[in-house]
Write a protein that binds this ligand. Structure first.
Ligand code: FAD
Length: 474
């Protein structure tokens, strides 16, 4: 049968690239990858990511995921970290950690010696590494060229998983021209991202799916600003020691809550006035270069220059004041607890393939606000009590209600098909608990969100899964 495979993989993003990399030495498997997007960005395909009804607290969904070969790797920032052991102690299954170094190799980062150094009573040193953002896609392209056992379909969206409620049979795929096709396989692996994985499960009419939390517990990483620090002389040494930044990555401080289950990571950036001035200066020098290299009428530009002079002087004044005093903005990214209020559900509105779009409800609940506020307050008190400088807190921390827009997400979609013996969608082999031979990969399978960026862990989980296929345990 021409369209029968050992594995159909749904999606051609990071999860899939890492999985294929782990399987590359075994060319006996007949594998088919179905990618909804093309090999370049196509807006009609990207529009399949549009949400149903908007969620005022969250980004438009289409801006948070890319439908293209490589998926959201075409858009990501490349900040990576391993999940700290303290948080991992609350995960039931941590086998993927043995694959972190393979994942780091895929990302183009060298394994760091992860420090667990404690900083007095405050927290721990935190290190984030900067990946070579395009390296995983480049490896994906090489795999596409070099693996004869893998068939690729682009521009075809899996719209349904075909099954008899006991085991899977195959998938139904559709393109934007209205063509529908069936593909059969012994096993199906969903690697379509933290929103599309549960969406596809919800669209495929499984009898027992209601007993699992598909689409529930949507987790993000709330990001925000604490305020800014003006360091003392002693504080400059403290900052130099813990808040480092270079081409390989940057460091900061993790502040965990009492039982270690929830952490908030703090890092420093130059104060925004300084950054604005630096950006504007770059634009001005480009403009000057343009004037000198083209024959355009300079009068209008000179007039524009006059008009812009006053605001520019103000920005310059502020930036110099802050630069002289080495003022830093303190930013944070936080874990989020599993909350029933944060969830995905089908919308009444449909996409171009007549499939229900997704509604997302997301906010930061009261308990998480309390943890984040406590961590911020501990951090600020620590700086002041140790004489490291003064901290000017933003309004939200000193008595005003926390507005929803105080926190933004980090474009990370987690826990929507979570792994877990109790109340899980998938088991420890990433197989769904309601039908056999259907597997799910990616951050939707995280048991909990941790507070660190997800992609390194996503890749490590795919490598672990690939090894299980090779070992015949899947
Ligand atoms: C602006 C931005 C910055 C980010 N920065 C970072 C960062 O610094 N660090 C970090 O760790 N993470 C970051 N991320 C998150 C990171 O990009 C994702 O965690 C990662 O790319 C997810 O990989 P994935 O393969 O699981 O899913 P995706 O990248 O979403 O890939 C899924 C693929 O499946 C395809 N697909 C979807 N549905 C179907 C279907 N029904 N049929 C067929 N194919 C389908 C999609 O087209 C896509 O190609 C960032 C994200 C954004 C948006």
């Amino acid at each position: 049968m021409d369209n029968y495979y050992d594995f159909i993989i749904v999606g051609g993003g990071l999860s899939t690239i890492a999985l294929l990399d782990s399987l590359k030495s075994n060319k006996n498997f007949r594998i088919c990858v179905v990618e909804s997007g093309l090999e370049y960005l196509s807006i009609p395909h990207q529009e399949l990511n549009l949400e149903g009804d908007t969620n005022a607290n969250y980004f438009p969904l289409a801006s948070t995921r890319i439908r293209q070969f490589g998926g959201t790797l075409n858009h990501w920032s490349g900040v990576c970290a391993r999940i700290p052991n303290r948080e991992l102690s609350l995960w039931g299954d941590t086998g993927f950690t043995a694959y972190y170094s393979k994942a780091e190799n895929l990302m183009g980062i060298s394994s760091l010696e992860y420090k667990t150094q404690k900083i007095d009573s405050l927290g721990y040193v935190a290190e984030w590494m900067l990946a070579n953002p395009m390296k995983p896609i480049e490896i994906g392209k090489e795999l596409k060229q070099s693996l004869p056992n893998v068939t690729w379909y682009f521009g075809k969206t899996v719209t349904k998983i075909v099954h008899d409620n006991i085991s899977v049979k195959g998938v139904e795929v559709s393109d934007l021209n209205g063509n529908v096709q069936s593909l059969q396989a012994a096993k199906i692996i969903l690697a379509a991202g933290g929103i599309e994985n549960p969406r596809l499960l919800m669209q495929s009419n499984f009898d027992n799916i209601e007993e699992t939390p598909v689409g529930q517990f949507f987790c993000e990483h709330p990001h925000g600003e604490l305020g800014f620090i003006t360091p003392s002389k002693k504080g400059k040494d403290f900052i130099g020691k813990y808040f480092k930044s270079n081409a390989k990555g940057f460091s900061g401080i993790e502040v965990p809550n009492g039982d270690g289950s929830f952490s908030v990571g703090f890092f420093l950036t130059p104060h925004e006035h300084q950054m604005k001035y630096d950006k504007i200066s770059v634009q001005f020098s480009r403009l000057k270069q343009l004037i000198s290299t083209t024959g355009i009428d300079k009068t209008a530009l000179l007039q524009a220059g006059e008009i812009l002079k006053a605001p520019l002087e103000t920005v310059k004044f502020l930036s110099e004041r802050f630069r002289l005093r080495d003022v830093y903005t303190v930013k944070f990214m936080s874990a989020q607890s599993l909350s029933l209020g944060n969830k995905l559900s089908p919308s009444q509105r449909v996409d171009r393939l007549s499939k229900e779009r997704i509604n997302l409800e997301w906010s930061v609940d009261e308990l998480d606000k309390r943890f984040i506020t406590e961590a911020c307050t501990n951090f600020a008190n620590f700086i002041v009590e140790h004489g490291y400088g003064s901290v000017r807190l933003h309004d939200w921390l000193i008595g005003r209600d926390v507005e929803p827009h105080t926190f933004v997400g980090g474009f990370h979609h987690m826990c929507t098909t979570r792994k877990g013996k109790l109340n899980g969608v998938v088991n420890s082999n990433n197989e769904t608990n309601f039908v056999r031979n259907l597997f799910v990969l990616g951050s939707s399978c995280f048991e909990r969100p941790s507070y660190v960026n997800p992609s390194l862990t996503i890749a490590a989980m795919s490598y672990e899964f690939g090894q299980k296929i090779i070992d015949n345990t899947i």
